[in-house]
Design a protein around this ligand. Sequence first.
Ligand code: UDP
Ligand code: MG
Length: 215
Amino acid sequence: MPTAVSPVFDSTKVTVIYVLGGPGAGKGTQCSKLVEAYSLCHLSVGDLLREEQNRDGTPYGELIRTCFREGTIVPMEVTLKLLQNAMSAEMKIRSGNGWTDGRGRFLIDGFPRTMDRALKFDEEVCLPSMVIFFTTTEEVMLQRLLERAKISGREDDNMESIMKRFHTHGNQTMPVIQHYRSCGEVTEIDSTASVEEVYREASAAVSKLLHTPVA
Ligand code: UDP
Ligand code: MG
């Protein structure tokens, strides 16, 4: 009889919050604020991939560069491994420092971008506790990305890559959000408003999930 594989992390102890939204919707900005207030670990999968791309000896540099430029999604073996390694490393660093008894709290930003990645993460890494979905119009997102391009140095913050990223988000990531919506796990937040206003809603959702006062 084949034995069922259980996830590496126990979701009754390790809280995983997915943070989704189109490119430029405000995921990174809001995650930085939430991390400070709630002793969470912020893992941006885009940033993990950028680090991997620059790591000496990585076999994935060219692959990641191409996916970024084309706005396509990196194979899940790569992202899942990077995420799991980053989570394990953080669990070690923080044990005895607030995250006792195998407990951990993660904000996973920009993942899962496809349904198969969502299912694989459920099965092999950890079940998520909540999905925060930041939503605004493509006009607003485009404006923010073009503004960010002036200082970000990101090779995918150019008009052509941005259009491709919007397309990938609409076609491949929106079904993930629909899926979690049907499970009642999505907190949808209109991120058109100011950073402070959006944060008020985001922090209310996190406080409710963690049963802690709003910070
Ligand atoms: N990416 C990916 N898988 C992920 C997350 C990101 O392949 O799970 C790649 C994808 O090519 C994407 C790029 O990383 O366009 C940048 O992602 P990031 O989350 O940094 O962009 P954002 O959505 O925050 O603008
Ligand atoms: Mg980001």
